[in-house]
Design a protein around this ligand. Structure first.
Ligand SMILES: Nc1ncnc2c1ncn2[C@@H]1O[C@H](COP(=O)(O)OP(=O)(O)OP(=O)(O)O)[C@@H](O)[C@H]1O
Length: 371
């Protein structure tokens, strides 16, 4: 069983009396220990998907169809008590702004130690932190041990004076240190899944890379899976095993990072990659992605990228494509390569009377079975 199986998921926000779809027909599976990058332009629904998986959608946001199976339990039908048990202990969350997770009136050490006490029941059964616990078990009371473990987590996140940092309040730390502390706190329950929503975007580029490296090292040690929301394709290619490309509320492509960068199949992904600066060749001309991303709430007849796609044919403007596993002849490194495009899944060839209509794996037709 996969750690996370998001199936046929729709999410909508309510504005006034209007229901505005934000995610449509999302299918995403994550294996234990995998780091998956969720990329896409602003407004494509990245944060909404992270929040939906963590069951932290704001009051006006709601899952309107589909399921989110976490280790076999459908979170969309879980009670608040069940969700509280999952969050923190089994699903950790880090946001762009660390103040969203840190309490301004408690020291960093108090917060992380409290979280460790809550999630570990003194830590006897945990893996990574057990080592630390053993070091401190001789003579230290439970509170002292959880404090020692908190200091250890701060050290693992690359904080130079972890004991001093533990005694400080969030406002006494720099932005980078605050975010390290927020990550240490999110990982202190040794969760199975970490949802990290642009965790370093607000920071200096060099600090970003260091923090992400520390985070990745720590989650690899803990075998924690990560859904890393980022608009930065370089970050995704460097740190992620798989990449999911979102466009206007839909998954357009999903494959290993190597496959996405060396063999992108969706015309949108191809243009998104071509529009990124090339660090190896700064003089290379950048492709410009003309036009705007349609609001995920807009109802469109065909492919949501058709209006901007230079390859679009009439069929693309009338028929919604589905996310399918691509036929083998189109993949290079990853047989699980999934793509949403009529020009790639064989539909366009079949409609033109040609052979090779090979939809190998398709989920619910778009628009069906909305709650
Ligand atoms: N609380 C909300 N109420 C109403 N609509 C919302 C709310 N949050 C997000 N949306 C809408 O949902 C859609 C997806 O937004 P979301 O923030 O998930 O995208 P994103 O890809 O994370 O964007 P960004 O990179 O700018 O953070 C957008 O159309 C946005 O306007």
């Amino acid at each position: 069983m996969s750690l996370l199986e998001v199936a046929d998921l729709d999410v909508a926000y309510t504005r006034g009396n209007t229901r505005m779809p934000a995610l449509r027909d999302i299918n995403l599976t994550m294996e234990r220990g995998a780091i998956v990058g969720l990329v896409g332009e602003s407004g494509s629904g990245k944060s909404t998907l992270g929040l939906a998986i963590a069951q932290l959608l704001p009051g006006n946001g709601r899952v309107t169809a589909g399921t989110i199976a976490f280790d076999g339990t459908d979170l969309t039908s879980s009670t608040q008590a069940e969700l509280r048990a999952f969050r923190g202990k089994r699903i950790g969350v880090v946001f762009q702004d660390p103040s969203a997770s840190l309490n301004p009136v408690l020291t960093i050490g108090e917060q992380i130690a409290e979280s460790i006490r809550l999630h570990h029941d003194t830590g006897e059964s945990t893996s990574l932190l057990t080592e630390t616990l053993r070091k401190y078990s001789g003579g230290l009371a439970r509170r002292g041990r959880s404090w020692a473990m908190a200091v250890d987590m701060l050290a693992r996140m690359g904080i130079p004076d972890p004991a001093g940092c533990a005694r400080r309040f969030p406002h006494q730390l720099s932005g980078g240190m605050r975010q390290r502390a927020a990550i240490a706190m999110a990982l202190s329950g040794e969760p199975d899944l970490l949802i990290a929503d642009e965790p370093t975007t607000a920071l200096d580029v060099t600090v970003q890379a260091t923090i992400l490296r520390e985070l990745v090292e720590l989650v690899r040690e803990m075998n924690t899976s990560v859904l890393l929301v980022t608009h930065d394709l370089d970050v995704a290619s460097y740190f992620c095993d798989r990449i999911a490309v979102l466009y206007s509320g839909q998954l357009f492509e999903l494959a290993s990072a190597k496959e996405i960068f060396e063999n992108p199949q969706n015309p949108y992904t191809q243009r998104l990659l071509a529009s990124q600066p090339n660090i190896d060749d700064e003089s290379a001309e950048l492709a410009v992605l003309e036009g705007d991303v349609p609001d995920p709430a807009d109802e469109l007849a065909g492919c949501r990228f058709a209006a901007r796609c230079p390859e679009a044919i009439d069929l693309c403007r009338s028929t919604p494509p589905r996310l399918v596993t691509l036929p083998e002849r189109l993949v290079t490194h990853d047989r699980e390569h999934q793509c949403r495009c009529l020009l790639r899944d064989g539909t366009a060839t079949a409609a033109a009377g040609g052979a090779g209509h090979q939809v190998l794996h398709a989920r619910r037709p778009a628009g069906e079975d909305r709650r």
